[in-house]
Design a protein. Structure first.
Length: 793
């Protein structure tokens, strides 16, 4: 209840906690009737977003979030809408029409919502009191007592409804005693009378059987009304997930269980192909210790990043895309997919007393309706007018890491949590020593930056001053600043922002600053955006399919790795292809091509050949950056080239890459990957970023920690695309994901590619998420992580 009240009060992180608690159940149900991992994830995100709209409008559940969520999942899957404008309306599957009129169903939905909640979890889902305690904010003993009261209330409600149906005159005295009879508290003489009557009376025998096994009746009747005809499959999947979590690492396995079952296999495949590496997504404070990438003299000048610099405009401004669910103030938002879909019958639940806070004002037309809720990393200092007016929340963070001798991106978020529009905004960003705006960004007059949301910035010494117009109530805005970090910049040194408007002064600081290692942001965008990645190997000791699908054959240790050349083009020495799937109608905002090779005598050269879909010939692409790294027994490199214009023009399909600098032999590896950030109007409002590094993991260097800060202000669903370059020939591996715990859940697997791993996982990203990589036996070269994190605000 506290979480739902917090969400109604505008606390977006509280909804992230609700997502963490209930996403596994929602996914367990969605998998029963939705085909495809992406479709399942889309349904979950849209359903959670629709319920959030209802809660903010003063509707939606007060206690029983899980049953409400499950009905919403089914409704969205059936008709493409989360349109529970009446929070007491029960979605009834067409094939179950009439079940809602069962006495037990009507009795259940007449109960207080708190009782319905505990009965659903305890009797339908068979959850233990200890598991329910955090949901109800009480002890396990308190949960047991509440469940007993709820069952007693259900029996009384059932009996009352049965009496209203006009039972026989001789049944009256029996029904008065039947609850005590069920509980075994009736004196023997009276119990004997009930025995005889129940044996002869069909109606009273049905009442007895219903009341004697409440959990079974709830599963059969209420379970189907809430979870649909797939209740058995849902409960089986939920039980399997719960058993997986009943280990000492239970808290950590929660996120791992959030990865859909088919994707879990991919997750394990990633681990297998990266040389016994452990991937752990954790939430923890970071020190500046850790292996730092070796950047040699072969690094070329960095390419421009147009979407995150003052003076340049991105090709598409995703912020300008209005939310399809955005409605005028006072109107309940609806998420739709199929207007002509048939609407199944609904049954109204009896009304209950509930708190109805005023709906949150809708954002102005043309302004973003969904943005990551800004949460200051440290408590923000506020001074200003009455909180019933405009009230700003601010946060500032590096996206990923700010690393010595590398460019990076800083994100500043502002959110108007008040009820009136602000006046003009002015944000003063204080940069730590050794961090400066890029030279190109500081030339000339003020110009739009970041997502071109009306911002203009100027630099004066260590302070960057950015200004824009008014911010509507409930709206948020983000400005991205492109910076360069000096090689001798002091580590630590957090970022600070001070915002002025309406006489208010709001300040915030980041908890992290410059680091010696980590993945820096190559590109970032807010809006209806998503990430995609594809790639393949260029050396292999196993047969490689010719259909652009990566092989899963086990790379035999000690086997000779020879060039892969699949294009039947006599001008190439090595070539492979991969299929890049882009959102329909979505414009490419940024695209980067990465290639890498490791082995004895490998010499980094900054050029590769690329053939776009539909093209008859290759084009030569030159790297803007080449980073060399020394592995334990060999040398490796990672090269990068900005290919945005090329991918924007050619789009998705079959991409070919050929002839990077590489050598072949028993220890050699080579591969490539194309990473894209694109607009996707079907996606919810998100923050996306591409982070990269060329850092060796293993070989006595210890684990690599890759902070994913600045991407999610609270626990939110996220898509993570990983690119890892294999070094030595590993046979086994493991992967683990954890959320807000230092524990890790993992599993072993085998198989995979030589050269490159390109995989996608869906998980929950927290405020201080860290990707941890550990190579247990052999070495690997970590390359790229592309993240798109959904926003609850």
């Amino acid at each position: 209840m506290e979480l739902l009240e917090a969400v109604r009060g505008g606390n977006a992180p509280a909804y992230g906690t609700l997502y963490q608690r209930h996403a596994v159940a929602a996914r367990s149900l969605a998998q029963q009737f939705i085909q495809g991992e992406e479709e399942v994830e889309d349904t979950l995100v849209e359903t959670f977003a629709g319920i959030l709209d209802l809660i903010r409008a003063g509707a939606g559940p007060v206690f029983a979030f899980r049953p409400h969520l499950l009905m919403a999942v089914r409704r969205y899957a059936a008709i493409g809408a989360v349109d529970l404008t009446d929070p007491d309306a029960v979605y009834v599957d067409p094939e179950l029409t009439g079940l809602e009129r069962a006495v037990l169903a009507r009795a259940f939905f007449s109960l207080p919502e708190r009782w319905r909640m505990v009965l659903w979890h305890a009797d339908v889902e068979s959850a233990r009191p200890g598991d329910l305690a955090p949901l109800l904010g009480m002890s396990a003993g308190g949960v047991t007592a509440l469940a007993d009261r709820a069952r007693e209330g259900l029996r009384q409600a059932y009996l009352q409804l049965h009496r209203e149906g006009g039972p026989g005159e001789e049944c009256g005295p029996i029904l008065s005693n039947i609850i005590k009879y069920v509980e075994g508290s009736l004196p023997k003489r009276e119990a004997h009378v009930v025995d005889g009557h129940v044996a002869e009376c069909i109606d009273c025998r049905a009442v007895f059987l219903e009341l004697a096994d409440v959990p079974q009746g709830l599963r059969v009747i209420v379970g189907q009304l809430v979870a649909g005809p797939h209740i058995d499959g849902y409960l089986a999947e939920l039980k399997r997930a719960s058993e997986t979590a009943s280990t000492p690492t239970r808290g950590a396995t929660a996120v791992f269980r959030r990865v859909p079952v088919p994707r879990r296999a991919l997750v394990l495949g990633v681990a297998a192909t990266v040389a016994a590496a452990a991937f752990i997504l954790i939430s923890e404070p970071l020190s500046d210790e850790g292996p730092a990438p070796r950047r040699g003299a072969d690094r070329l000048p960095a390419s421009p990043t147009p979407a995150v610099r003052p003076g340049t405009s991105p090709p598409v401004a995703p912020r300008a895309t209005p939310s399809p669910r955005k409605k005028p103030a006072g109107e309940v938002p609806v998420a739709r997919r199929s207007p002509e879909a048939r609407r199944p019958p609904e049954v109204r639940q009896p009304p209950e007393a509930r708190r109805s806070p005023e709906p949150r004002p809708s954002p102005e037309a043309g302004r973003p309706s969904r943005l990551s809720a800004p949460v200051a990393r440290r408590p923000a200092d506020r001074s200003g007018p009455d909180p019933l007016g405009s009230t700003l929340a601010a946060s500032i963070d590096p996206l990923g890491s700010l690393v010595r001798a590398r460019p990076g991106i800083i994100g500043v978020r502002l959110h108007n949590t008040g009820r009136t529009e602000t006046r003009n905004l002015q944000a003063a960003v204080s940069l730590p020593q050794g961090v400066a705006m890029t030279e190109a960004a500081t030339r000339g007059a003020a110009a739009p930056v970041g997502t071109v949301d009306g911002w203009a910035c100027r630099t004066a010494g260590k302070v960057v001053t950015c200004s824009r117009g008014a911010l509507a109530p409930g709206a948020a805005t983000t400005v991205f600043l492109r910076v360069t970090v000096a090689a001798d910049a002091p580590t630590g040194g957090g970022l600070a922002v001070r915002v002025r408007t309406d006489g208010q002064v709001v300040s915030a600081r980041s908890t992290t600053g410059v680091r010696t290692s980590g993945a820096t942001a190559r590109f970032a965008a807010d809006g209806r955006v998503t990430t995609r990645a594809a790639g393949n190997t260029l050396l292999s000791s196993s047969p490689v399919p010719s259909d652009c699908e990566a092989t899963t054959a086990h790379p035999a240790a000690g086997r000779l790795a020879v060039p892969v050349d699949l294009d039947q083009d006599s001008s190439t020495r090595s070539s492979s292809c991969a299929r890049l799937d882009l959102p329909a109608g979505g414009q490419v905002l940024w695209a980067g091509l990465y290639w890498s090779a490791t082995g004895h005598g490998t010499t980094p050269v900054g050029a590769v050949r690329v053939k776009a879909p539909g093209s008859a010939r290759y084009a030569t692409v030159h790297a803007s950056e080449v980073a060399g790294s020394d592995l334990p027994i060999q040398h490796g490199y990672q090269a990068f080239a900005d290919v945005t214009s090329l991918v924007r023009g050619a789009g998705g399909g079959r991409w070919w890459v050929a002839d990077p600098s590489m050598r072949w032999g028993t220890s050699q590896r080579a591969g490539w990957s194309l990473v894209v950030l694109a607009a996707d109007r079907s996606r919810p409002y998100s923050r996306a970023a591409v982070l990269d590094t060329a850092t060796v993991v293993g070989g006595g260097r210890g684990p690599l920690k890759v902070p994913l800060s600045g991407l999610a202000p609270a626990a939110v669903p996220a898509r993570i695309d990983l690119v890892v370059w294999k070094a030595d020939g590993a046979q086994d591996g493991s992967m683990a994901l954890a959320d807000h715990s230092s524990h890790a859940a993992g599993a072993n697997a085998a198989g995979g590619l030589r050269g490159v791993v390109v995989e996608t996982v869906h998980t929950v990203l927290g405020r201080h998420a860290v990707l941890r990589l550990r190579a247990r036996e052999n070495s690997l070269l970590f390359g790229v992580v592309a993240v798109s994190a959904r926003s609850w605000s």
